[in-house]
Write a protein that binds this ligand. Structure first.
Ligand SMILES: Nc1ncnc2c1ncn2[C@@H]1O[C@H](COP(=O)(O)OP(=O)(O)OP(=O)(O)O)[C@@H](O)[C@H]1O
Length: 323
């Protein structure tokens, strides 16, 4: 079967001008450069990278909002920027920070309107709406105006709107941003079911490592517009291991803690940051044997940490080669 997404040497530049009028300086910013990848039907792929890396620009090209400056792009066999209307019938798009729902209408009416946008036959729409209402538990707030929904409820509504026309590809930009733990989990479990039961291909950007761990069998990392990694999460972790951090509040300031399996990387008054190379429970036991602890916090590595390490490693390797 042909891939759902095919990108070959994809690039996008922007011309930006700065400075005072009459003394404006124009320069070219390359947001995406020479990106090549393909996504097969049924995959869930995380598209990761630090702020300003080029994720949104790629997403906008994939959905036909932006025309690539160079390269070849096909999504479900169509050229997005030229065949945007046809493509809209085959893909669903949700940008976590924006809503496509009508603010003043009850959710039910907003969802009814999307039927006309996508020209979905009434019977298909009704069947699909019933399915999604059950899966995403929309029932209790279908009659509520969108502006009164919580962020998690609105996201469930947005996902429903994006899926009523049964798209083959779902493109998500930060689908869990700002959501509490329970809402995040509802969305993640729903996406997994959608993928396994209906075979929907999913491409998502996220800064949330939990999304990646739960959802993505494959991750692509973009930085400074270039594709830096394409593989599974464990391979990324192995390439750029990022330890967890234990934040310890002691009852009084103390010199950097020295225990097996941890390195103190920062000390601020009674608070210390320990980078862990051993099981947190062992480290906590060792610290509490020698210090009086007021509070503890375990911080998982952020995607940014993993990517930053990947980059430091690559830069060191290339400096080594050049030198
Ligand atoms: N319309 C535009 N005009 C000029 N420069 C732009 C435009 N859109 C994006 N850029 C630049 O292109 C680069 C990539 O931006 P992009 O929004 O794709 O990054 P991102 O990975 O989505 O970041 P974030 O995680 O912050 O959303 C940045 O340097 C950004 O300033």
């Amino acid at each position: 079967m042909s891939p759902i997404i095919e990108a070959q040497d994809l690039g996008r530049e922007f011309t930006v001008s700065s400075g005072r009028p009459l003394r404006r300086v124009r320069r070219t910013v390359t947001a995406v450069r020479d990106v090549t990848f393909s996504v097969a039907s049924g995959e869930i792929v995380g598209y990761l990278g630090p702020n300003g890396a080029g994720k949104s620009t790629t997403m906008k090209m994939l959905t036909g909002i932006l025309r690539p400056s160079r390269g070849r792009l096909r999504v479900t066999g169509l050229e997005p920027s030229r065949q945007r209307t046809r493509l809209a019938g085959r893909i669903g798009v949700v940008f976590g920070q924006r809503t496509t729902l009508w603010w003043d209408l009850p959710l039910r009416d907003s969802l009814a309107l999307t039927r006309h946008l996508y020209r979905v036959p009434a019977a298909d729409h009704a069947r699909r709406l019933a399915e999604l209402t059950e899966l995403l538990e929309l029932g209790p707030f279908l009659a509520t105006p969108v502006r009164q929904l919580s962020l998690g409820q609105r996201m469930r509504g947005d996902l429903t709107a994006a899926l009523l026309h049964a798209p083959r590809l779902l493109v998500l930009d930060e689908p869990t941003i700002g959501l509490d733990v329970v809402s995040k989990s509802t969305i993640r479990e729903f996406l997994l079911r959608l993928n396994s039961e209906q075979g929907t291909t999913i491409l998502l950007t996220t800064h949330d490592l939990g999304d990646v761990e739960r959802l993505c069998r494959r991750v692509m990392v973009i930085d400074h517009g270039r594709l830096a990694f394409d593989g599974d999460l464990s391979a990324l972790r192995a390439t750029a291991p990022s330890p967890r951090t234990l934040i310890v509040d002691l009852t009084a300031p103390a010199p950097p803690i020295e225990v097996a399996g941890a390195t103190a990387t920062r000390v601020e008054g009674p608070r210390q940051w320990l980078e862990l190379s051993a099981n947190p429970a062992e480290v906590i036991a060792a610290v509490s044997a020698t210090h009086r602890i007021a509070d503890l916090m375990l911080r998982e590595p952020e995607i940014e940490d993993v990517v930053a390490r990947l980059y430091r490693r690559e830069r060191t390797a290339s400096l080594g080669k050049d030198g």
